[in-house]
Design a protein. Structure first.
Length: 190
């Protein structure tokens, strides 16, 4: 009828939002696996008490977001994400200051501090995107479909690239990739 207002979005928009939520859940699943594997890999590190929680928190947040996407709107999820984000920013700044002051940082991936910095930057990027964008969240509306699709593509790439780089270090350790910096050696100390 003429002059009627629609209260619910058209079915096309609902399908697009549901598709975005499914993609967002898949991306969160990938990142949860990455962060939890990184936490597990740091169990034998000398400073495990720093890095296991640093990787576990975003891993658990991503897992919760994968299982229940509405959780990103909760106060608890937000506080944990912002606290972890703040800690990782402070940690990254500390690593930058100490590494450049002491070692000069030629190739950052050659040193443990450089790899730790790259891990911190991945966490900072991921938590920032998870907390401060509404891409893929249930009930979110993005007026520009091209922008939404572009951001989803960027997020997909950011989710897959660290996993692929890390898998190169773990796969075929005999080839001696220099950027892995001894990451593939397993320590048998307790």
């Amino acid at each position: 009828m003429k002059g009627e207002y629609r209260i619910t979005p058209p079915e096309e928009d609902v399908i697009k939002v549901q598709h975005g939520v499914k993609i967002w859940r898949a991306i969160n699943a990938i990142m949860a696996v990455f962060f939890l594997l990184a936490a597990f890999a740091n169990l034998n590190d000398s400073d495990w008490y720093i890095w296991v929680p640093v990787y576990s928190v975003p891993g658990i947040l991503s897992l919760v977001s994968c299982i229940k996407p509405d959780s990103q709107n909760s106060l608890v999820w937000s506080y944990v994400a912002v606290t972890s984000l703040g800690f990782c920013i402070a940690l990254a700044l500390y690593i930058i200051i100490v590494s450049t002051d002491i070692k000069g940082m030629n190739n950052p991936l050659k040193f443990e501090e450089g790899r730790e910095l790259s891990g911190s930057l991945i966490i900072i990027t991921w938590l920032s995107m998870s907390k401060f964008t509404n891409i893929g969240r249930p009930g979110s509306t993005v007026s520009n479909n091209v922008l939404r699709n572009a951001l989803l593509l960027i997020i997909c790439l950011l989710a897959v690239v660290p996993v692929m780089i890390w898998s190169v270090c773990l796969h075929e350790t005999g080839k001696g990739y220099h950027h892995c910096g001894g990451n593939t050696e397993i320590k048998h100390e307790l």
